[in-house]
Design a protein around this ligand. Sequence first.
Ligand code: FUL
Length: 489
Amino acid sequence: MLIFKLRFHLALFVFFLMGSCSAPTPPLEPVGPIPSARQHDWQELEYYAFIHFNMNTFTNKEWGFGDEKPSQFNPTALDTDQWARVVKESGMKGIIITAKHHDGFCLWPSEYTEHSVKNSPWREGKGDLLAELAAACKANGLKMGIYLSPWDRNHPDYGKPEYITYFRNQLKEVLTNYGDIFEVWFDGANGGDGYYGGANEERRVDKKTYYDWPNTYELVRELQPGAVLFSDAGPDIRWVGNEKGYANETTWSPIYRDSVYPGMHDFQKFAPGQENGTHWIPTETDVSIRPGWYYHPEEDNQVKSLEKLVDIYFNSVGLNSSLLLNLPVDDRGLIHENETKQLALLADYIQKMKASDKVGSAKITTSSTRNGSTPEALIEGVSTSFWAAEDDDEQPQLTLMWETPQQANTFVIQEHLPLGQRIKSFELELLTEQGWSKVYSGSTVGNKRMIPFESAPILGARFTITSTKATPVISNLAVYNAPFIPKKS
Ligand code: FUL
């Protein structure tokens, strides 16, 4: 009897131990490819400027043939400080400048060609626009990026192996002499007719092999290790697939990088990315604030409206992409007043939207919370802390409740990218005096997903992850009452 009692107590004790010391939750492992440090820093920028300003500004063209004369480049009031001030006040984080476009004219006094500012009347041939812009960016706390067209319709050697040496020598100049560069932009448009030193002919290149991209990229890595490399197909950032300002509703950052290359004719089909892609290559959405990339006086009244700009912002920054908004600097060398006005309106809109965040006053509950994570992380607005569900939670859910109705029109959610992009589909429901109702079903989230809905006084919001590659990991939430929401595009 005594032995039986002892056994019984031992069994109870073991049972108790098992219950109180269940196996600790293992740390979360990344799923699929994840961002590099330079991609992570770039992703946080979200919104920055493209500036198309070069020979085309003076010839009123979009693509110069390459036979233009340096004497045609003659801005009368060029002021890169004005550019930087306008860009900064617009809430953008940097400027990518067309150092050389397809016509081959260089905004810096390149040692390797006569086709540059050094032979122009601007600053009596002593000017260096890249140096002026670098100083203006630095003074205004902006980052600077370089667009260097691989296609050069002026150069006699374009299409021959010698041109690659020329192209790389120019890359060395622009990546060595102007401080830190945050992004290097390689255009996919290249090869075709041109001046080519007077040959006036058509020159086609094999876009996949001609530039020997792996070694060209390597050169950029050596000279500017912090810079992200953009081309249609990466290696760091990829093209969103259109120039209208719209990312795809489903946007996976990973793609199978080895099956794509810059300038491939059907690259658009990769706009949604690939759920099981092998490399992390997020999209960048490039769009001009006017119809053209370059300044044309006849487009002075066609600067995009605030409604259109907001629509673009929601469909780029809010669809796991970044917004590279082009400003065509005019032939005086200034950002035109009509642009300045629209940019200020957009900045005001974004500022008011962000200031209206209601998450701080919500009570947040979750369907489960994995050890080591916390729902508190969702209101901090930093990308380093996060909330994660338990592995066995089949329908992870975040619920926000308010004691009094909150006027709102936008829900924002961000995934914690150092652990990979995970969410495959979700639903958003809102609670009003009329009860709960579903307002949106969507697919991917990624860096940031903004979900606009018809403005309503809400008492609750419920975000349900209906399918995911692995345990979802969320870094931030916001609920805004933006000044207005864009009409469905
Ligand atoms: C295109 C170019 O051909 C346009 O001129 C412009 O620079 C745009 C950003 O990229 O491919």
